[in-house]
Every structure is written in structure tokens, then in C-alpha cells.
Write a protein of this length. Structure first.
Length: 150
């Protein structure tokens, strides 16, 4: 009887040891997975903020008639006031095209592109990537003709 209990005790101790080894091997994988999901979520949220800022810039071009430098400064001011993004890592491109006469069926579009340099953590390579958002205005931007908003 005593011999039987001793065998069961040895068997259960071996299983506990195996479970502990499996757990210690599994923990780093779980930590990397959680870290990856968090980092990727930050990238997506940043990209959405950049797209919103680019759309704000095209709205400024279309409805307020600002020039390229004024649009850039408004976008920088937006990020300084409303987000935790480092403004020094922003790259803002603004291109305002004038309206073309009616025979041109595919006129060049005015656009705003806002990019942000993101540093990838060392455990994933430590490189720098650019996340960007772009918005275009497709109808007669910069036109001297006034539209009828009635």
C-alpha cells in the first residue's frame, strides 16, 4: 500500500515539473504576442489620426482657401493640441492645383499627405517605418470661379 502511494507521488511530481517547464516556455510567447498586438494597434490608431488630419487639410484647401504653408501649420497645430504624436517626426506634403478648363476630363487633384516616422522596437528589428495618410480634393480646387452653395 505504501509502495503504491509512493509511485503516485512520484508520478504527480513529474507531471508538475513538466507543466512548469511548459509554462516557462509559453510565457515569452504570450508576452511577445500581447506586445505585438499592442504595437500594431498603435500603428493603426496613428494612421487613422493621420488620415483625419489629411482630410482636415483638404477641407481647409477646399472651403477656406488657405495656401500650402498655412495648411501645414494648421495640421501641425492640430497635432500639438489634440494628440500625443511628436510633431518633429511629422512629414506634411501639401499640393494645391488650380482648376482646369472644361475640356480637361481628368484634372490634377490637390492633395494633403501626412506621414509619421515610427520606430519599430528592437526585438522586431529596430527599424524606422513611415505611416501615412492621404486625402485628395477632386473637384475644382483653387478655382477662381465661385460656387453656388444655395
Amino acid at each position: 500500500m505504501n509502495d503504491n502511494k509512493l509511485r503516485q507521488l512520484k508520478k504527480s511530481m513529474g507531471q508538475e515539473g513538466q507543466a512548469m517547464v511548459e509554462f516557462t516556455l509559453f510565457i515569452p510567447i504570450i508576452i511577445m504576442l500581447i506586445f505585438s498586438i499592442t504595437f500594431y494597434s498603435r500603428l493603426l490608431i496613428t494612421q487613422q489620426q493621420l488620415i483625419i488630419a489629411a482630410r482636415m487639410g483638404t477641407d481647409l484647401i477646399r472651403h477656406v482657401n488657405l495656401n500650402e504653408n498655412e495648411v501645414k501649420s494648421e495640421i501641425k497645430k492640430y497635432f500639438e493640441e489634440n494628440s500625443g504624436i511628436d510633431v518633429s517626426k511629422l512629414e506634411i506634403k501639401v499640393c494645391i492645383k488650380g482648376a482646369t478648363p472644361p475640356p480637361d476630363f481628368n484634372p490634377p487633384a490637390s492633395y494633403v499627405e501626412v506621414g509619421y516616422k515610427f520606430n519599430i522596437p528592437e526585438m522586431f528589428g529596430g527599424k524606422e517605418i513611415m505611416v501615412s495618410g492621404r486625402s485628395e480634393v477632386l473637384n475644382d480646387t483653387g478655382s477662381l470661379l465661385k460656387e453656388n452653395h444655395s
